[in-house]
Write a protein that binds this ligand. Structure first.
Ligand SMILES: Cc1ncc(C[n+]2csc(CCOP(=O)(O)OP(=O)(O)O)c2C)c(N)n1
Ligand SMILES: [Mg+2]
Length: 663
C-alpha cells in the first residue's frame, strides 16, 4: 500500500533502497531484529550521508568528523548497512550476514567499540539523544579552546517516538536548548508507531511545541521526500539553535503489505513479503549482493570525507595550537598525576586534617584540575553540597563554551548521559556530582559508562545515614550494593582525606573504567598519618592496622565506618583481643588483586564487616566465621550520631560482634 508508484532510480534512491534490502535480508537471516525503523528512515539517512555527513571510514576516529547517533538503537541495521557500504574495513558483508550472531560485530543494538563508526552504544531509548547533547556540547567546548580550523563539526541524531517519550528526552532537550547547541540536529522518525501499535495509544504530546518551548528550531518534512529532507537539514545547519526535523515517515517503507504497521517494528518480514518488497522496489539482486553503482555512490561519501580529513590534517600541522589539541585527545598524563597526588598526600599525612570526604574530594580536585587542564566539572544542582567546583573554574554557558564547570540542573540522568557524550567526543575528562541516593536517577547512564568503558567520574556525596537530618529519602542504604553489582564500575568509598586523594588519582587516570566516589557529609579523622608513596586505594583493600602477635579478629570497614572499626580495635585491645583493621575503599580493585595479596589482607581470623549500608555484596570479604554490622532497613531523620547509635553501628557493637565470634 505504501510502495512508491514510480520507481526512482537515481543514485541517492538506490542508496536508500540498499539500506532497506540489506536490513530486511539480515533480519530475515538472523530471524530476529528490527526492520521497520531502518526501512522507514532509509531515505532520510541516505540524504544525510550523501549530502552532509563528513566522515572518513579509513580514519574512523578523525577528531573533526561529524557524529552520527542512532538513538533509536533497535534500528541497528541502519548503521551496519550504511557502514558496510561506506567501506569501513571491519564491516564486510560477512558481518551483515551474521547480524546478531555470536562473535559478529553486528550486535543486536549498536555497541560502542564493537565496530568502527559506532559513536555510542544505543538501545536504551532516550539515552542516545542525551549522549549526543554531551557530544554537541563537547564540540563547542573544544571549539572554544582550539578554534574553527580544528573543531567544526555537527552532531546528527536519529530518534524515534520511543526516544522522545522517555523522560530523559526532556532533560536532553532542555539542556541542548539552554546551551544553544546549534550544531545538534535531531531527525525524528515520526512514524506514529511503537511496539504496542499506534502512538495514539500512549501519547498526545505536541512534540514540536515541546522542542520549540525549549528553544529549538523546529521543522516538519515528508521523510520520504529527499529534496525536502535536504532542504530541512540545510536550514537546520544555518539556524543557530539546535534543530528538530520532524520526519513524517512510514515504518517499514518499501514493504508493500506490512509497511505502516507495528508488525514490521521488530520481526522479520518473512520470505513472501521480502519477495514482494524486492518487486515493489524494483530490486533484482540476491540477498547480500549489491550492485557496483550502489557501492560507488556510498563510497563517494567516503571519498568526500577523506578529502575533508586530509584538508583538516594539513591545517592541524600548521596550527599553533596543534600540539595542545593532540594532547587534549591523548590519554591522561599518569606520571604527572601520580607526582602531584603523592606530593599532596605527603602534606595531608603531615597535617592530618579532619574533614568530610566530600571536602577531601574538593581538596583533591584542586590538585586533579590543576594537573589535568581538560577536566570538566559539574553537578546536578548540588555544587555547594557535592563540592565539585574548584577555584578558578568558570561556568560553561552558551556565551562561554570556554568554561569548565557545567551546571547540569536537576537532571541526574541527563548529566550522566551527557558526561558519557563528552567522554565519547574526546578532549575532556568529565566528572559530575549529586547525592549518592540519586545514583538511582542516573543509573541507566552509569551503566552505559560501564558498558562502554568510559573514563567518567561520579561524585556522589551524602553517602549514608551519616547525612543525618534529611532523613530516609536521602539516606542511601542499598546503593553501594547495587552499584557494586554493576560490572566495570569502580565504586570508591574512601575513609579519609588521603584515601580520597588516592581514589581521585585512580578516577582521573582511568582509561576504560568509570569511577564512582561515595563521599561523606560528616567529618572524618585522617587515619593515614604515615605517608606512603604507594596508592593503597589502588589495591582495593589493605591492612590499616595490624596487631602484634597475630590476629584474633579482622575488622573490615569502608568510608566513615573505618573510624568506628579503629575505635573498636582500641576497645578490643584493652580487652586483650588482637584486632586487625582493614580499610576496603574499592571492592572491585580488591577483587582484581592476586590471591596471595587478598589472603594476606583478609587473614585467617574471623571477620567483622562494618558499613552503614546493607550487607549484600560483602560475602567475598567475609568468610564462614563472620559478622556484619550495618543497616537492614531504611534510615531515619535525626542527627547522625543518634542514627548510628539507634541502628547499632558503633564501636561497641563492632567489638561485641568480634568477641562473640572468637568466643
Ligand atoms: C528504555 C527502553 N525501554 C524499552 C525499550 C524496548 N523497546 C525497543 S523499541 C521500542 C519501541 C520504540 O518505538 P519507536 O521509537 O517509535 O520505534 P519504531 O517502532 O518506530 O521503530 C521499545 C519499547 C528500549 N529499547 N528501551
Ligand atoms: Mg515509532
Amino acid at each position: 500500500m505504501n510502495a512508491p508508484t514510480k520507481i526512482d532510480t537515481s543514485a541517492e534512491a538506490l542508496m536508500a533502497t540498499a539500506i532497506r534490502v540489506l536490513t530486511m535480508d539480515a533480519v530475515q537471516a538472523a530471524n530476529s531484529g528490527h526492520p521497520g525503523m531502518p526501512m522507514g528512515m532509509a531515505d532520510v539517512a541516505a540524504v544525510l550521508f550523501n549530502r552532509f555527513m563528513q566522515i572518513d571510514p579509513s580514519c574512523p576516529k578523525w577528531a573533526d568528523r561529524d557524529r552520527f547517533v542512532l538513538s533509536a538503537g533497535h534500528g541497528s541495521m541502519l548503521v551496519y548497512s550504511i557502514n558496510h557500504m561506506l567501506g569501513y574495513a571491519d564491516m564486510d558483508m560477512d558481518q551483515i550476514r551474521s547480524f546478531r550472531q555470536w562473535g559478529a560485530r553486528t550486535a543486536g543494538h549498536p555497541e560502542y567499540g564493537h565496530a568502527d563508526g559506532i559513536e555510542t552504544t544505543t538501545g536504551p531509548l532516550g539515552q542516545g539523544i542525551t549522549t549526543a547533547v554531551g557530544m554537541a556540547l563537547a564540540e563547542r567546548m573544544h571549539n572554544a579552546r582550539f578554534g574553527d580550523d580544528l573543531v567544526d563539526h555537527y552532531t546528527y541524531v536519529i530518534a524515534g517516538d520511543g526516544c522522545l517519550m522517555e523522560g530523559i528526552s526532556h532533560e536532553a532537550i532542555d539542556m541542548a536548548g539552554h546551551w544553544a547547541l546549534g550544531r545538534m540536529i535531531v531527525l525524528w522518525d515520526d512514524n506514529k508507531i511503537t511496539i504496542d501499535g499506534s502512538t495514539e495509544l500512549s501519547t498526545s504530546v505536541d512534540q514540536k511545541a515541546r522542542f520549540a518551548a525549549a528553544g529549538w528550531h523546529v521543522q516538519e518534512v515528508d521523510g520520504h521526500d529527499r529534496e525536502a529532507v535536504a532542504a530541512a537539514i540545510e536550514a537546520a545547519k544555518k539556524d543557530p539553535r539546535p534543530s528538530l526535523i520532524d520526519c513524517k515517515t512510514v515504518i517499514g517503507q518499501g514493504a508493500p503489505n506490512k509497511a505502516g504497521s507495528h508488525k514490521v517494528h521488530g520481526a522479520p518480514l518473512g520470505a513472501e513479503e521480502i519477495a514482494a518488497t524486492r518487486t515493489a522496489l524494483g530490486w533484482a539482486h540476491e540477498a547480500f549482493t549489491l550492485p557496483k553503482e550502489v557501492y560507488a555512490a556510498w563510497q563517494a561519501v567516503a571519498a568526500r570525507g577523506r578529502e575533508a580529513r586530509e584538508g583538516w590534517e594539513a591545517r592541524l600541522l600548521c596550527n599553533e595550537h596543534g600540539g595542545a589539541f593532540e594532547k587534549s585527545l591523548a590519554g591522561p598524563d599518569k606520571a604527572a598525576m601520580a607526582e602531584a597526588i603523592t606530593a599532596y598526600k605527603q602534606q595531608l599525612s603531615a597535617d592530618a586534617p579532619k574533614v568530610a570526604t566530600r571536602k577531601a574530594s574538593e581538596m583533591a580536585l584542586a590538585v586533579v584540575n590543576a594537573t589535568l587542564p581538560n577536566a570538566i566539572g559539574g553537578s546536578a544542582d548540588l555544587t555547594g553540597s557535592n563540592l565539585t567546583l574548584t577555584k578558578g573554574m568558570s561556568p560553561v554557558s552558551k556565551d562561554n563554551y570556554g568554561g569548565n564547570y557545567i551546571h547540569y540542573g536537576i537532571r541526574e540522568f541527563g548529566m550522566s548521559a551527557a558526561m558519557n557524550g563528552i567522554a565519547l567526543h574526546g578532549g575532556f575528562f568529565p566528572y559530575g556530582g549529586t547525592f549518592l541516593v540519586f545514583a538511582d536517577y542516573a543509573r541507566p547512564a552509569i551503566r552505559l559508562s560501564a558498558l562502554m568503558g568510559l573514563p567518567v567520574a561520579y561524585v556522589m556525596t551524602h553517602d549514608s545515614i551519616g547525612l543525618g537530618e534529611d532523613g530516609p529519602t536521602h539516606q542511601p542504604v542499598e546503593h553501594l550494593a547495587s552499584l557494586r553489582a554493576m560490572p566495570n564500575l569502580n565504586v570508591f568509598r574512601p575513609a579519609d582525606v588521603v584515601e580520597t586523594a588516592e581514589a581521585w588519582e585512580i578516577a582521573a587516570t582511568s582509561e576504560k573504567t568509570p569511577s564512582l566516589l561515595a563521599l561523606s557529609r560528616q567529618n572524618l579523622p585522617c587515619l593515614r598519618t604515615e605517608h606512603r608513596t604507594e596508592n593503597l586505594t589502588a589495591k582495593g583493600a589493605y591492612v590499616l592496622r595490624e596487631p602484634e602477635g597475630g590476629r584474633d579478629v579482622t575488622l573490615i570497614a569502608t568510608g566513615s565506618e573505618v573510624e568506628i572499626a579503629m575505635t573498636a580495635a582500641d576497645e578490643l585491645a584493652r580487652q586483650d583481643v588482637r584486632a586487625a583493621v582493614v580499610s576496603a575503599p574499592c571492592f572491585e580493585l580488591f577483587a582484581a588483586q592476586d590471591e596471595a595479596y587478598r589472603a594476606s589482607v583478609l587473614g585467617d581470623a574471623p571477620r567483622v564487616g562494618v558499613e552503614a549500608a546493607v550487607e549484600q555484596g560483602w560475602s567475598p570479604l567475609l568468610g564462614a566465621r563472620s559478622a556484619f554490622v550495618g543497616m537492614t532497613g531504611f534510615g531515619a531523620s535525626a542527627p547522625a550520631d543518634d542514627l548510628y547509635k539507634h541502628f547499632g553501628i558503633t564501636a561497641e557493637a563492632v567489638a561485641a560482634a568480634a568477641k562473640k565470634l572468637i568466643r
